[in-house]
Design a binder for this molecule. Sequence first.
Ligand code: KG4
Ligand code: ZN
Length: 356
Amino acid sequence: GRRLTILGIETSCDDTGVAILDSDGRILGESLFSQQELHSDFGGIIPPLARDLHLENIQKASDSALENANMTLGDVDAIAVTNRPGLPLSLLVGLNHAKKLAVSAQKPLIPIHHMEAHAFTVRMVEKVEFPFLVLLISGGHSLLAIAQDVSKFLLLGSTFDDAPGEAFDKATRRLKLRNLEEFTGMSGGQAMETAASRGDPSAFPIAEPLLHNKDCNFSFAGIKNSARSFIIQEEEKHGIEGDEVLPNVSDLCASMQLAITKHLCRRVGRAMEFVNRNNLLPDDRRSLVVSGGVACNGYIGRAMHFVGSRCGYKVYIPPRHLCTDNGVMIAWNAVEKWKANLDIHPYNALGSIDIE
Ligand code: KG4
Ligand code: ZN
């Protein structure tokens, strides 16, 4: 049929993202305001501050995405917005804005699940058919699931405590990595990966968690705490004060990245064995999709390809700009829903849509 155009809005956490996408997966216009640097000055996300920044940027973001695409609101077929899961204050800004746009332009609204959107972005650029195994790793989540179709997921495991991106972000802050000019403006994980690439991963023995746990759940709090203890120990040893950065910071980063990678590999390997044993995926077409911000990590990506090759899986990782939070992934999920005729709410019946 005719090509669709969707305006997608993402405000679930600390990125204000809007994108105009067509049903062939072409990005017609895009706008993204990141709050990352501001929050990292405070040592974490402050929800009311995040809301205020979304409020300040949301109109600009949707105006400039439309302008980018050389379109007006009248030209799009539907509005899509993340309404779950996320920070309630942040989600509400996006949802209210989306409702306003939908009503003013008399367009349908499609509410989107943030993690489902992460799971499907790869389908914009590669032919990955349902069902597939998916590992979602970000600053707020860590989970393994089988994506059975556009609206059906079988959850195999999730984190007992922190998410891997959170562990990277906390350690980066603790290490004061971004005081070094080279790392300013990078996300915690990106700074870690860059520093780790020149470090010795065997320098600090950070234990792999849940070794005897016979399921597919995750835990990153132990790794985070163990890294913190080593950082404190090294800071004392080297007499580090104030804004100074440890001389062996790359060794700490490499050791932490290795511990996180081993844990991810072990759990994914378990999930693959379980799936294979129970024939949960067609055995001639087993696929693993890795997505979410932490999937930008090249070291983790290479490890996933290795585990995949051992268990008979083809591994798919979307390009970096599709792994992290943005409006594109929300618009794409709406394209998938539109094609399946799911969750399309007419502009005059938006009362039932709320954050979850
Ligand atoms: O998906 P995302 O943009 O937001 C959430 O939904 O959380 O993921 C952001 C997370 C941050 O914790 C960031 O440090 C991490 O993704 N990240 C990385 C890398 N790039 C971003 N983690 C590891 N290695 C990277 N290269
Ligand atoms: Zn995300």
